[in-house]
Design a binder for this molecule. Sequence first.
Ligand SMILES: C[S@@+](CC[C@H](N)C(=O)[O-])C[C@H]1O[C@@H](n2cnc3c(N)ncnc32)[C@H](O)[C@@H]1O
Length: 401
Amino acid sequence: MSSDESFSQRLQQVQRAVAELPEPDSVAQAHSLQLIAVIKERMTQQGGALSFHDFMQLALHAPGLGYYSAGSRKLGKDGDFITAPETSPLFSRCLARAIQPVLQSLPQRHVLEVGAGSGVMAAGVLNELAALNCKPDSYTILEVSADLKQRQTETLQLHAPLVNWRDSLPDSFTGIVLANELLDAMPVHRVVWAQGKLQECYVAWQDDRFVWQAGPLSDQRLQSRFDEIIKRLGDLPDGYVTEINLAAEDWIYTLGTNLRQGLLLFIDYGFAQHEFYHPQRTQGTLMCHYRHRAHADPLILIGLQDITAHIDFTAMADSALAADMDVAGYTTQAHFLLGSGLTELVAQIEGDAAQQLELANQVKRLTLPQEMGELFKVMALTKNLRINIPGFVLRDLRNSL
Ligand SMILES: C[S@@+](CC[C@H](N)C(=O)[O-])C[C@H]1O[C@@H](n2cnc3c(N)ncnc32)[C@H](O)[C@@H]1O
């Protein structure tokens, strides 16, 4: 397929997907209007437009109004999207089995989870570690959303003595850091490569709606990152639009620098760089979720929908290396779960026919290539630690980075 055909097909898909979105109720619309007013005011202060990075930051995290800051349901069947730990308890059980040997080898058994959603993964990991006789000394959650923090407190009542919350990354840490679908929620810079020049995508307000505008780069690192990408992968087509996730790079670097000894294990959807910046991926990877519909227009449903971008795992590995970490593992979610004992766990679960069917469906959703199995990747970054992590034994994709 030529990239022109691919683009027009994608555009039609996006238009169709947007047309099929359910209408928000009047309360949600009023909420959205409040956030729009805040964003417009910020645009005026900034001379009429905001970089997409700043727009996404406000749309998701503006105090009291952003998608994650406000009180909508977000995760689960009644929300906008379902993550792996919400899909099946097997996910968290496998995660616990993968980190058990690491936890046992560390002088301090601390776990830090960043962006814990409803708290269901924390509860699952803690239950499984207890069953394995490997309780951590503490389980800390770093969560930016006050609303989700409240939900986590309720979910984790039974584990109360072990669990605590903090508001920023620790300056010094020994232990294990976990994050599922965190990095895709970080605000990205959107750039466009046209006539041999890199420009940034801005958002402005025009004719009663938000619109795209091209403008100068707001951060010079965007130019150097893009130059490196073109040097590694070759030139990209004129008009190519993509994202660069400096916030995720910075997050990995800070955490890597502050980690004394231990493991950062994160799971997210995305690709190695050569696939992320594929010449045919001409419109980037932005994806929005609203009431279980996915589409690619972040300029609508302001404050009511999740906005995400896929992860460039090569960039994450580069950041880790710059912080003196080792890339100890990189594989697909399916291989990680199978390597962590998924099959054995399933075989141990008893139940009637309906329960077994439900279990089989959960396994399919977590592992099939057309579901979460292939697009979701797991990366292990370590510091001062030499240990084989079970989840990475079946398939090692590090040489694709
Ligand atoms: C897509 S949800 C994933 C939730 C959970 N990990 C799961 O898998 O169900 C993203 C989570 O990250 C949190 N979050 C987003 N940006 C964050 C940041 N910079 N620091 C900490 N948490 C953040 C959100 O509030 C939310 O809890």
